[in-house]
Structure formats: C-alpha cells, structure tokens
Write a protein that binds this ligand. Structure first.
Ligand code: HEC
Length: 113
C-alpha cells in the first residue's frame, strides 16, 4: 500500500527536474543573445573582432567578465556591459558560449544582389 503512494511522488520528482534544466538552458541562451550583436551569431564573430566567444574555456570567459566588471581589465565597452549582470548570470553566459562549437566564422550575408 505504501509503495503505491510512493510511485506518484517519485514520478513527480522525475518529471519536474527535466523542465528545470530546460529552463536554465533557455535562460542562459536568452542572456547570451544580448552578446551576439557584437560577438556574432552564437558568439562566432565575423573577422574575429570583437573576439569570438564560442568554444572558449568557461573559466577564461568568466574571469574576463569578472575583470571587466571590477575594472581590472580595461575596456572600451565591456566594463559597462559586464556590470549589467549578476555573478550567476555571467556564469550562465560563460557556460553557454563555452559549450558552443566554434566552427568556421561566417561572413555577413551580402546586401542586395
Ligand atoms: C556593444 C558591443 C558588445 C557587446 C554587446 C558585448 N561585447 Fe564583449 N566585447 C566587445 C569589445 C569591443 C570587446 C574588446 C574589449 C573592449 O574594448 O571592451 C569585447 C570583449 C569581450 C571579451 C574578452 C574576449 C577575449 O578573448 O579576451 C569577452 C569574454 C566578452 N567580450 C564577452 C561578452 C559577453 C558575455 C557579452 C554579453 C553579456 C558581450 N561580450 C557583449 C564588444 C561587445
């Protein structure tokens, strides 16, 4: 009898965990989308300026972001940008870009013909 009551509880835990993980991945991707304007789609920059983020080491990315935030690393724009995020958000963003396969940089599509 007790086992029967336990089954729905186990199932509830198992199924509730999956959306939580998906939610985190979506949040990280949304946060990372703010960076792609400059760093290229999925963090693969055109011509390497500013540097590509895709496939870089997560700890390296996070260290750069923290250094921009604290002012330790001089920057033209990144110090302002990094200050807009919490430490947890920066870690999620660094994790997102570290997981992207760098691939070949794509040139911007040509306008017109
Ligand atoms: C307005 C354009 C712009 C946006 C938006 C932007 N960046 Fe940058 N990023 C730069 C520039 C320019 C540099 C070179 C440092 C500087 O001068 O600020 C840079 C440098 C970096 C570096 C150092 C890379 C290296 O290899 O040394 C990291 C890491 C970085 N950006 C991460 C991010 C992340 C993460 C976001 C989104 C939260 C972001 N950037 C959004 C322009 C931008």
């Amino acid at each position: 009898m007790r086992l029967i009551y336990a089954i729905p509880a186990v199932l509830a835990i198992a199924f509730s965990a999956a959306p939580a993980v998906a939610q985190d991945a979506n949040t990280a991707r949304s946060l990372a989308a703010t960076c792609t304007t400059c760093h290229g789609a999925d963090g693969i920059s055109v011509g390497g300026v500013p540097p590509s983020l895709a496939g870089q080491n997560k700890d390296f990315l996070l260290q750069q972001l923290n250094d921009f935030k604290s002012g330790k690393r001089p920057a033209t724009i990144m110090h302002q940008h990094a200050r807009g995020y919490t430490d947890a958000q920066l870690a999620a963003i660094a994790g997102y870009f570290a997981a992207v396969k760098p691939g070949a940089a794509q040139s911007a599509p040509r306008a017109g013909n």
